[in-house]
Write a protein that binds this ligand. Structure first.
Ligand SMILES: Nc1ncnc2c1ncn2[C@@H]1O[C@H](COP(=O)(O)OP(=O)(O)OP(=O)(O)O)[C@@H](O)[C@H]1O
Ligand SMILES: O=C(O)CCCC[C@@H]1SC[C@@H]2NC(=O)N[C@@H]21
Length: 266
């Protein structure tokens, strides 16, 4: 299968040419790196680095959540990270940034391909119960103006034998015959910029974002089992997400750990 490269020139120029992308200072594409998240965490040491996007055609040390690896053949995914400084935010609300990114990815995938992607809390992007994309947020600098790197790994043209786990999927496997990765990147970045700008304008109030998240999240209303980092297990109906982005299960708020949907009603 021929896998076309991303159009690095179009992406680089988009921050000037596309009004919806002026939010970003630069969009860079590299052929290969260890991890785009690790690269931007390192670059965040420069206080002038902000609203920067780095995309790799291939990663050999891709990072997943919970210290897992994230893998995929060259040019078969979108492996993208963005660095943003979130000025004047209450750190407790920062957990909404990866959730916002999940909303942006779902909307971009739906608009660009018609594939009915949904979110599993906190921000796995699923299609018919299989993982199309994952999101990993890492704090690169703390304080009142934290710098956050948000990484998105979106499976685009992986074939069934190339899937790292059987419950992953790709746009190709969802029936998108010639997925245009450059168009998808532009759509994701536009959605992210639009939602981030609106959130900032709302003084980091999450009401509007939370409503958009709830509409796209299949976990809320489902029976779930949460395995907490200390080993404790909670089961129950997920009733919502609180102001800090935590999942509410009965009277408990869960902020980390693995959540399994007990019935696969995605
Ligand atoms: N390209 C990929 N697509 C999907 N999963 C991948 C990919 N590369 C690596 N993985 C890994 O395969 C596993 C698939 O994720 P899975 O959905 O099973 O985990 P999970 O427990 O639901 O993850 P999470 O905690 O992020 O919800 C993860 O360990 C993930 O890091
Ligand atoms: O485990 C997950 O669900 C999150 C996966 C995040 C993968 C992306 S690929 C681009 C960016 N760089 C990384 O090293 N990880 C993220």
């Amino acid at each position: 299968m021929e896998r076309l490269p991303l159009d690095a020139d179009v992406l680089a120029r988009s921050v000037n040419d596309d009004a919806g992308l002026r939010f970003f200072s630069a969009v860079e594409v590299v052929e290969s790196t260890g991890s785009t998240n690790a690269d931007l965490v390192a670059r965040a040491a420069d206080p002038a680095a902000d609203r920067l996007v780095l995309i790799a055609e291939s990663q050999d040390r891709g990072r997943g959540r919970h210290d897992r690896r994230w893998v995929g053949p060259p040019r078969a995914q979108i492996a993208l990270s963005l660095l943003v400084r979130v000025r004047g935010i209450d750190p407790a609300v920062l957990g909404w940034l990866p959730l916002l990114t999940g909303v942006a990815v779902v909307d971009a995938v739906r608009a660009a391909t018609g594939v009915k992607a949904i979110l599993k809390w906190p921000n796995d992007v699923l299609v018919e119960g299989r993982k199309l994309a994952g999101i990993l947020a890492e704090i690169a600098a703390t304080g009142s103006d934290p710098a956050v790197v948000v990484g998105v790994g979106l499976n685009v043209s992986l074939t069934e034998p190339e899937l790292p786990v059987p419950h992953a999927t790709s746009l190709l496997l969802c029936g998108v015959e010639e997925p245009d990765r450059t168009a998808l990147v532009l759509a994701m970045l536009r959605e992210f910029a639009r939602r981030f700008t609106a959130w900032e304008a709302a003084g980091w109030d999450v009401a509007e974002l939370a409503a958009a998240y709830r509409e796209r999240c299949s976990t809320i209303g489902s029976e779930v089992r949460a395995e907490l980092p200390g080993g404790e297990v909670i089961t129950g109906t997920a009733t919502g997400v609180d102001a800090n982005g935590r999942l509410l299960i009965g009277a408990r708020a869960v902020s980390a750990g693995d959540v399994t949907h007990l019935r696969a009603e995605y």
